[in-house]
Design a protein around this ligand. Structure first.
Ligand code: CAA
Ligand code: NAD
Length: 283
């Protein structure tokens, strides 16, 4: 693989594009408009600068990103890529629309990967001309730090595509694991019910957000409490993943608490919207 396309330059797409360019791949990232693209590219720049100050990012790596990363608001920009990773908003219909476009655009042997947190790879592959080249590549947030990538096999995915995706993840310095196409795969099957339980505790007045966080950080040694993590991941993404899981399994543990749904309806999506359970608005 030489050329990588990334669709979406939000939290995840920006991180994936950064890691791809930093590891020597010619990379193009696509967003819906210039304003959002600028914000995504600025977050990459910010990450690299902070990393340099910490002594974690070298000048050579910054130069590699500058040289290898380009951007566009036109999906056509990915047409000659060897692999395209979709990282758009967690919404089945939107993702299908994107894959339909990609399927008509890229070479027949180019790999099409989705970074979805919960949606079936097999379902997304229904809109793709040759579904055997469709795979899940689930990165974790923050992408530059989190080592895991879940490589998800759709019903049609070939062994060759699984192997190439695994090799690609390894070349980005990641630790891949393979998963079948079961809703939310491995990590989110454990993580989402935990996050929903934390919201239920707040909703039911058992503990404040701060105390739920303190409990898990100081009681269990987690790097972040679940409410902080929800704000970090995005309440919208978490709600959509929970809804997908509930629709598939019909188990109460995957049912969203009312409070989570109301907060998403109110636009309190976490860090990315300036407010979730905590406030991130600049004073
Ligand atoms: N550039 C390079 N390296 C950086 C950096 C930067 N800009 N910023 C931080 N780092 C490095 C640090 O140097 C440090 O490295 P060492 O451990 O080698 O010293 C490491 O990253 C951690 O940095 P900090 O110690 O400053 O940060 P922290 O202690 O506040 O940790 C965190 C931040 C890594 C995000 C931590 O809070 C954490 O692990 N949180 C949980 C994240 C998590 O659970 N993610 C998964 C979410 S679920 C998901 O993604 C799936 C889904 O589908 C929703
Ligand atoms: P986000 O809201 O930060 O970013 C999504 C981006 O996609 C937005 O910037 C949006 O403008 C863009 N977009 C929407 N339609 C597009 C299109 N047609 N073409 C190009 N760009 C388009 O969301 P995110 O957190 O980056 O999540 C992206 C995907 O990654 C989702 O499927 C999510 O479930 C998954 N994911 C998220 C996390 C997380 O912690 N947030 C972790 C792993 C996986």
């Amino acid at each position: 693989m030489k050329k990588v396309g990334v669709i979406g330059c939000g939290l995840m797409g920006s991180g994936i594009a950064q890691m791809s360019a930093l590891n020597g791949y010619t990379t193009v990232v696509v967003e819906v408009n210039e304003e959002i693209l600028k914000k995504g590219l600025a977050s990459i720049q910010d990450w690299l600068e902070k990393g340099k100050k910490r002594g974690k990012v070298t000048d050579e790596q910054i130069e590699a990103v500058r040289k290898n990363l380009s951007s566009s608001t036109q999906v056509n920009a990915v047409k000659d890529c060897d692999i395209v990773i979709e990282a758009v908003t967690e919404n089945t219909e939107l993702k299908k629309k994107v894959f339909k476009q990609l399927s008509d655009l890229v070479r027949d042997d180019a790999i099409l990967a989705t970074n979805t947190s919960s949606i079936s790879v097999t379902e997304l592959a229904t809109v793709v001309k040759n579904p055997e080249r469709m795979v899940g590549m689930h990165f974790f947030n923050p992408v530059p730090i989190m080592k895991l990538v879940e490589i998800i096999r759709g019903l049609a995915t070939t062994d060759a595509v699984m192997a190439a995706s695994r090799e690609f993840a390894l070349s980005l310095g990641k630790e891949p694991i393979t998963c079948p196409d079961t809703p939310a795969f491995v990590v989110n099957k454990l993580l989402i019910p935990y996050l929903l339980d934390a919201v239920r505790m707040v909703q039911d007045g058992i503990a404040t957000p701060e105390d739920v966080d303190k409990a898990m950080v100081h009681g269990c040694g987690y790097p972040m409490g679940p409410i902080t993590l929800l704000d970090y991941v995005g309440l919208d993404t978490t709600l959509h993943a929970a809804d997908v899981m509930y629709a598939e399994f019909r188990e109460p543990k995957y049912a969203s608490p009312v409070l989570l749904r109301r907060m998403v309806q109110a636009g309190r999506w976490g860090r990315k919207s300036g407010r979730g359970f905590y406030s991130y608005e600049k004073r």
